[in-house]
Design a protein around this ligand. Structure first.
Ligand SMILES: C[S@@+](CC[C@H](N)C(=O)[O-])C[C@H]1O[C@@H](n2cnc3c(N)ncnc32)[C@H](O)[C@@H]1O
Length: 274
């Protein structure tokens, strides 16, 4: 039998088909995910999904290493937001009241933004900036973290930037009290800022040059404690480059979506060692 198999493998075309079949097995499930998603989702951009259990554990470990906090403390923060029914209800109610609901799903899926939440809870920033707000899922989860920090006596403020005047409709209720959205070109809005930035999240125009310009624009507002999260680091090395140029560490967390065709984005993390 072995001899027959070896003989068949030695015929180039038969082995070619066998090898292509081995390779495609890694992607076939994705086609099923695409078809399922085509029927069940309304999203056509900025896709949302849950991440796998293992991936969430890796995210928790990554944040624990960067913040020098324990795994269990970071896991507690993530669990806190995953079980926050008020936040979920506020987001779903805001969605229901929006004309954009035709293009969104009635399920809250934070994906890597759970990591953004944990960072805010861990470092208790006074100023959080998120460039690129879109519907406002990031805005809502970041302001929810600031709200919890406030309950612990640590005040913080959120500023989002977006060129789209309709952006940010999910930031509602008590969460809106903690933040505001600066409408217009992000670089122009960032140029007006004077306060030091504790947590900066880049997620606006995803071209490499624009991303880099954002970092240069806020460079003078960074401190030794500031953390930058790059939502474009799965596409460009700009945050890694900026980190090298400014004596910062850089690591990248790769997201693994659960039962979704999208290959996942990630979180580039730029920080200074203490
Ligand atoms: C990927 S979405 C942001 C997603 C959001 N951070 C979240 O958590 O869901 C990118 C957003 O950047 C905005 N944008 C694109 N170019 C921009 C620019 N030059 N200035 C400000 N916002 C911009 C788009 O309008 C879009 O809403």
């Amino acid at each position: 039998m072995r001899k027959i198999l070896r003989f068949l493998k030695s015929i180039w075309i038969l082995n070619f088909i066998r090898r292509i079949s081995i390779g495609s097995r890694y992607f076939n499930k994705k086609y099923l995910d695409i078809i399922k998603w085509g029927f069940t989702s309304r999203e056509d951009t900025n896709f949302t999904y849950h991440i796998t259990k293992d991936n969430l554990a890796y995210l928790t470990h990554t944040i624990a290493v960067v913040t020098k906090m324990s795994y269990s403390q970071i896991a507690e923060y993530i669990d806190e937001v995953q079980t926050d029914e008020k936040l979920r209800d506020t987001i779903l109610a805001a969605l229901e009241n929006s004309s954009e609901k035709r293009f969104a799903d009635k399920e809250v899926r934070f994906g890597r933004r759970l990591g953004w939440y944990a960072f805010v809870r861990a470092i208790k920033p006074r100023i959080v900036i998120e460039t690129g707000v879109d519907k406002g899922l990031g805005s809502a989860i970041l302001c929810a973290a600031l709200l919890k920090n406030r309950e612990e006596g640590k005040e913080g403020r959120y500023y989002g930037t977006d060129i789209n005047p309709k952006a940010g409709y999910l930031l509602e209720g008590k969460y809106r009290e903690l933040g505001e959205i600066l409408y217009g070109d992000s670089i122009e809005s960032l140029s007006q800022l004077t306060e030091k930035i504790d947590l900066f999240i880049n997620d606006s125009d995803h071209s490499a040059d624009y991303e880099y310009q954002e970092y240069l624009t806020i460079k003078h507002l960074l401190t030794e404690d500031s953390i930058i999260l790059g939502d474009n680091s799965h596409c460009t090395s700009k945050l890694a480059d900026f980190s090298l140029e400014t004596g910062r560490n850089f690591i990248f967390f790769k997201e693994t979506p659960l039962n979704h065709w999208y290959p996942g984005a990630g979180i580039g993390i730029s920080y200074k060692e203490k």
